[in-house]
Ligand binder design. Structure first.
Ligand code: FAD
Length: 280
């Protein structure tokens, strides 16, 4: 598995217990020698300090941290300050997003499209950061059309992004078809599949409804049938997601980015199944 990209995504916990748990998750997953750990950001600025603190902690512990960033209610000045603090800490990669505004932020808050944010960061920080962006094999829920979503992905690369990470999916055809369509539109940068381990049925359904990711009927049926039997859900999830990742890597995906949900067990089990080398 040496040549495949590997990265893990965390959300910034708001409690001391959550942070402690994340420290353990990070140190366990660091054994797989990922290229980076990324940390999500709330577009309204709601996680600003939490994201920055976790990012700085990861970097200080000797791993590479990649903050997610978007401009919403917190504005451009605030983004520039945050980017400067990341530069000072030696961070060299940003996951650049439009994000979604939390409800209740009102009309004053304006989101900045990701291609504009990429251009903004390039304008102010030159080549300091590698910029990664989001891609949607099943198409972003607000996209005008399939073609238009690919068109805007192309604009993110034109503005200076170098790689994309996808929204999660459970259907490899949607990913490979998407990559083909991107190639036809002149996009040949790496598009790394985002992988969501299956750990908890209710959470998975809630996230998927919000972000427009399709859970195939056979997976829903199986998970529904297991009810509260968490062991069966986990072992079914491990089998399904291992197969998904194996097919992706065998057919040319450049690597994998795991939406870890800050959990060790399911993510480490997947990496082991897939043959990623683990330091003892
Ligand atoms: P954009 O690329 O800006 O696209 C948004 C929509 O507008 C699309 O429908 C697109 O077709 C269209 N569009 C794009 N550019 C333009 C333009 N210039 N003019 C008109 N239309 C345009 N959310 C968070 O809140 N925090 C996170 O940390 C986070 N991390 C994520 C990480 C990954 C890898 C992924 C895949 C998603 C993540 N998200 C996160 C979710 C993401 O913020 C939402 O999906 C959001 O709705 C879109 O962000 P984007 O950067 O893809 O937007």
């Amino acid at each position: 598995m040496k040549n495949h990209h590997l990265s893990f995504e965390f959300f910034p916990p708001k409690t001391p217990e959550g942070r402690e748990k994340l420290r353990n998750t990070r140190s366990q997953l660091a054994k797989f020698n990922p290229e980076f750990f990324s940390v999500t950001y709330g577009a309204g600025g709601s996680t600003r300090e939490f994201t920055r603190d976790i990012v700085l902690e990861i970097q200080a512990a000797g791993s590479s941290a990649s903050p997610h960033l978007s401009i919403g209610g917190d504005g451009k000045e605030s983004a520039l300050e945050l980017l400067q603090s990341y530069k000072n800490a030696g961070i060299n990669r940003i996951v650049t997003l439009r994000g979604d505004l939390p409800s209740g932020m009102g009309d004053a808050a304006q989101l900045v499209y990701a291609n504009e944010l990429v251009a903004f960061i390039r304008e102010h920080f030159g080549d300091t950061f590698e910029l990664l962006v989001a891609a949607y094999p099943e198409i972003h829920p607000e996209a005008e059309s399939y073609e238009k979503d690919i068109y805007w992905l192309g604009k993110k690369f034109e503005a200076g992004a170098s790689r994309a990470i996808t929204q999660y999916f459970y259907n490899t055809d949607s990913y490979f078809y998407f990559v083909d369509q991107c190639l036809k539109a002149g996009i040949d940068q790496p598009i790394i599949p985002g992988i969501m381990p299956i750990i908890n049925y209710q959470n998975l359904i809630r996230f998927s409804d919000n972000c427009g990711a399709d859970i195939p009927r056979w997976i829903r049926q199986r998970l529904q049938q297991y009810g509260n039997d968490m062991d069966s859900i986990k072992s079914f999830g491990l089998e399904v997601v291992t197969n998904l990742c194996e097919k992706l890597l065998a057919n040319g995906a450049p690597g994998l980015h795991f939406y870890t949900m800050n959990q060790v067990e399911a993510n480490a089990a997947l990496c082991r199944n897939l043959g990623f080398t683990e330091a003892s």
